[in-house]
Design a protein around this ligand. Structure first.
Ligand code: PLP
Length: 417
């Protein structure tokens, strides 16, 4: 794995981490480990330690690591036709676009734009909204849509925005989950409403039932587009193809990335109905989007989800994981849907608990100081849950006991059981 000799007495992880810090831009802080291999729901670090991956590359490795169908599709396509530019088309790109339109219930009228990440999918969506002739976008507080300047402009969080201002303007924010506030903020100057069906980075915030349908009614009232950012919630993660399918609602725009090709970079912006035709030749583009390897890999992921009935599995294993987490001493509440879950724990403890869990061999993350997020591969099994729970119990227990003296923990206002 390393092309330099080991420094005697130091672990490979320590040596590689130091080299990382000397060569890679410090945008992410120090890496937690240097990983060398993955198989199924496990990964191994450069010192040979094994971890149960309950984050799946932040909701990306839908079928786990090195799934044979994914590896086969990727390598077969790479050894046949790897990249063609967008001056040409390829069959995997066409088939994937058709497949996504069917999954989104497009009814023959939609179109897909391919790119390589979630933030790029959202950039494409922003451009679509501009083609309505209006500029205002209504977004939600706590929302996250990516780090390019356009996507960042949709994010209210001051810490993300401040170093890069001025950002593209005409964005207003409303409290997430509050249909009345959304209705009051939208008018006939609004180009689009953008919402995550469940807010992932904010700590897995599930909106009240009916919120997404209310957004549809408000958008229709004022002629605005309804755009669901499904980058984190899409492709089976919540037990449905798209998170918004928890309600009877159809958006105009869906943005996807993360789990779409199970770990190979891809993004997609789906325009339904007339929203699929608002961008014309020369108005948007990229070099790698829709490349045959990404699209063939994505088709393999969709096939496995379908053939193995993983949507049903995600619903049942997600319920099992949530139920087991609720029994852990120190867990205040569990929320989420399918395999996008958060466990509320004592305020301020989640970074310490996530670090302790990692030390114990389980990967989770801490999107806020008072909750842990779990977004494991969709192929998670009961045996994996058996492996995780003792490690998480001990990590949470140790820190919640330390916190007891500091007073009672707060429940999250939007908790969904
Ligand atoms: N949208 C949502 C809802 C996300 O959760 C993320 C990433 O976490 C993004 C967009 C950005 O995706 P990417 O990191 O692939 O650019």
């Amino acid at each position: 794995m390393t092309d330099q000799p080991m420094t005697s007495g130091r672990s490979s992880v320590a040596v590689l981490t130091e080299r990382y810090e000397g060569a890679v831009m410090n945008t992410f802080g120090p890496p937690k480990r240097v990983l060398v291999r993955g198989a199924g729901c496990h990964v191994w670090d450069a010192d040979g330690r094994r971890y149960l991956d309950l984050m799946a590359g932040i909701a990306v490795n839908s079928l786990g690591h090195a799934h044979p169908a994914v590896v086969a599709a990727m390598t077969a396509q790479a050894s046949t036709l790897g990249q063609v530019s967008n001056l040409f088309a390829s069959e995997p790109q066409i088939v994937l676009a058709e497949r996504l339109l069917v999954l989104a219930g497009a009814d023959g009228e939609g179109r897909v734009f391919f790119c390589n990440s979630g933030t790029e999918a959202n950039e494409a969506a922003i451009k679509i909204t501009r083609r309505t002739g209006r500029t205002r976008i209504v977004a939600a507080q706590g929302g996250f849509h990516g780090r390019t300047l356009g996507a960042l402009a949709l994010t209210a969080k001051a810490a993300y925005r401040a170093p890069f201002e001025p950002l593209p303007g005409d964005v207003v924010w409303v409290p997430y989950g509050d249909a009345a506030a959304l209705s009051a903020a939208v008018d006939e100057t609004t180009a689009a409403i953008v919402l995550e069906p469940i807010q992932g980075e904010a700590g897995v915030i599930v909106p009240p039932d009916g919120y997404l349908s209310a957004a549809r009614r408000v958008a229709d009232r004022d002629g605005a587009l309804l755009w669901f950012d499904e980058v984190q919630t899409g492709v089976g993660r919540t037990g449905r193809w798209f998170g918004y399918q928890a309600e009877q609602v159809q958006p105009d725009i869906i943005t996807l990335a993360k789990g779409l090709a199970g770990g190979f970079p891809i993004g997609a912006c789906i325009g339904l109905g007339s929203a699929g035709s608002l961008l014309g030749p020369g108005q948007h583009g990229n070099t790698f989007g829709g490349n045959p390897v990404a699209c063939a890999t994505s088709l393999a992921v969709l096939d496995v989800i379908q053939q193995d009935d993983l949507l049903t599995h995600v619903t049942s294993i997600g319920a099992e994981l949530a139920a087991r987490l609720r029994l852990v001493d120190g867990v205040i509440a569990v929320r989420g849907r399918g395999l996008l879950l958060a466990a509320d724990i004592a305020p301020g403890t989640s970074p310490l608990v996530a670090a302790a869990a990692l030390e114990g061999g389980v990967i989770v993350n801490d999107p806020t100081p008072d909750c842990l997020r779990l977004a494991p591969p969709l192929v998670l099994s009961s045996a994996h849950i058996d492996e995780a729970i003792p490690v998480l119990s001990s990590a949470i227990g140790a820190h919640s006991r330390a916190q007891d003296a500091a007073g009672p923990a707060q429940r999250h206002p939007l908790e969904v059981s």
